[in-house]
Design a binder for this molecule. Structure first.
Ligand SMILES: Nc1nc2c(ncn2[C@@H]2O[C@H](COP(=O)(O)OP(=O)(O)OP(=O)(O)O)[C@@H](O)[C@H]2O)c(=O)[nH]1
Ligand SMILES: [Mg+2]
Length: 355
C-alpha cells in the first residue's frame, strides 16, 4: 500500500484538521448526556456525531470493528437456532440441517470461513428458519442482524480476510457500551461535549459520575420494542423499562435546570413492525390504552403522550421530542443541528432569568 491513503482516511484527516481549527473559534460550549435503556441507539447517535462533526473513522478504526461484526453475524445465527429449538420449529431441509450443524459446531475462535458464511446465508434463505426469525420479538437478536447477513452474501469481499468494514457497517455494528465514552464535537460553532453511557441495568450505577453540570439530557427510547423483553431480565417489557427509566431521569434533582430532549428512535423498525407486519402496540397486553390500528402517526402520538406523562411537574418542564432513525446519517445531522440550537436557546433563557 506504501504511502497511499484511502479516500475515507483522507476525509477523516481533513475533518480532524477542520475540527482542530474550529475548536479554537467555538464560542459556546454545551455538555450533552445520552441516556436510555440498552440497545435504544445511544452509541449509534454517538457514532454519527463522530462521523458528522468529529474525527471520523480511519481505515484502522473501521478495521478494529471486524471481530465485532463477525461476532454479530455468528451470534445472531446461534441465537436464532436455539430459539428454534425452544419454539419447537424444526429445520426440515437437508442443506439447512447441514448449515445448522456447521454453526453449532463452531469452536471458540469462531472464524468466519467460506463454510461458515455460506451456512449462515443458507439458513437465512431457508423457509423454516424464516419462521423462526418471524418470532424474533421472543428472543434476543440484534435489530441489524438481517442487514448484516444480506451483506454476507458478498463473502469474501464482505467478511473475508482482506475486508475493511465500511462506514455503514460501523453504524450497523452492535457493541454493548460499558463505562462512559466522552468526546468533543463542533456543531455550528458550538462546542458540544457528548457523553455516551451503557444502558443495561448493571451499567446504570456508573451514570451518576457524569451528572454534574449537564446542559442537556438526550434520552433515547426505542419505538420498536413494545413487544420485547429486556436482554438482562426476561420478565420485564422493554417499553415499560424505558418509561420508568425516563421518569426517574427527568424527575431527578440533577436535571432540574437541564433541557430534556427525547429521541423516539428506530422509527424505521416501528413502521416495519406495526404497519408492515401488523403487530399491535398492545401485543404484550401491558398497554391497553394504546391505539389498536396500524397508523404510524397515531402510534407516535401515543408514545409522545406516554413519555410526557412521566413528568412530575409538567407545567415547569418542557420536553423537546424528535422522532429519529439513528442509522440514517442525514437525518441525525438535521436533528442534531436543531437540538443544539434548542439547547443553546434554553440555556440562554435560563441565564437571562437568573440576571
Ligand atoms: N434499524 C435501526 N437500527 C438501529 C437504530 N438505532 C440503533 N440501531 C441499531 O440497534 C443496535 C443497538 O444500538 P446501540 O447504539 O448500540 O444501542 P445503545 O443504546 O448504545 O446500547 P447500550 O450500549 O447497550 O446501552 C445497533 O445494532 C444499531 O445499529 C435505528 O434507528 N434503526
Ligand atoms: Mg451503547
Amino acid at each position: 500500500m506504501g504511502n497511499k491513503i484511502s479516500a475515507e482516511e483522507a476525509k477523516s484527516k481533513r475533518l480532524s484538521l477542520r475540527l482542530r481549527r474550529s475548536r479554537k473559534h467555538a464560542e459556546q460550549e454545551i455538555k450533552l448526556l445520552l441516556l436510555g435503556a440498552g440497545e435504544s441507539g445511544k452509541s449509534t447517535i454517538f457514532k454519527q456525531m463522530r462521523l458528522l462533526y468529529g474525527e471520523g473513522y480511519s481505515d484502522s478504526d473501521r478495521a478494529r470493528l471486524r471481530p465485532f461484526l463477525i461476532g454479530n453475524v455468528i451470534d445472531g445465527a446461534l441465537v436464532a437456532l436455539s430459539a428454534g429449538d425452544a419454539l419447537g420449529i424444526e429445520l426440515t431441509d437437508d442443506s439447512a440441517k447441514e448449515a445448522a450443524k456447521v454453526i453449532r459446531g463452531l469452536d471458540n475462535t469462531r472464524s468466519l470461513t467460506e463454510d461458515v458464511a455460506s451456512a449462515i446465508t443458507t439458513l437465512w434463505d431457508d423457509e423454516d428458519f424464516k419462521r423462526i426469525y418471524k418470532e424474533r420479538s421472543t428472543f434476543q437478536i440484534q435489530d441489524t442482524w438481517s442487514e448484516l447477513v444480506e451483506k454476507l452474501r458478498d463473502f469474501p469481499e464482505w467478511g473475508g480476510a482482506e475486508w475493511v468494514p465500511s462506514m455503514e457497517d460501523v453504524i450497523l455494528a452492535r457493541v454493548r457500551t460499558t463505562g462512559v465514552v466522552d468526546e468533543e464535537f463542533i456543531v455550528k460553532d458550538v462546542k458540544v461535549r457528548m457523553l455516551d453511557v451503557g444502558g443495561q441495568r448493571n451499567e446504570r450505577r456508573k451514570w451518576i459520575h457524569c451528572f454534574e453540570n449537564v446542559t442537556s439530557v438526550i434520552f433515547v427510547a426505542s419505538l420498536s420494542e413494545y413487544d420485547q423483553v429486556l436482554f438482562e431480565d426476561a420478565t420485564q417489557n422493554r417499553l415499560k423499562e424505558s418509561l420508568s427509566l425516563f421518569k426517574e431521569t427527568i424527575n431527578s434533582r440533577w436535571f432540574k435546570s437541564s433541557a430534556i430532549i427525547l429521541f423516539l428512535n428506530k422509527v424505521d423498525l416501528l413502521e416495519e413492525k406495526l404497519v408492515k407486519r401488523g403487530i399491535p402496540l398492545n401485543e404484550s397486553g401491558l398497554f391497553p390504552g394504546a391505539p389498536s390500528g396500524k397508523d404510524l402517526d397515531m402510534a407516535i402520538e401515543w408514545y409522545t403522550d406516554e413519555f410526557e406523562a412521566q413528568r412530575s411537574n409538567p407545567r415547569k418542564q418542557q420536553i423537546f421530542t424528535h422522532v429519529t432513525c439513528a442509522t440514517d446519517t442525514e437525518q441525525v445531522d438535521t436533528v442534531m443541528r436543531l437540538t443544539s440550537e434548542h439547547v443553546l436557546r434554553v440555556n440562554l433563557n435560563a441565564a437571562n432569568m437568573l440576571r
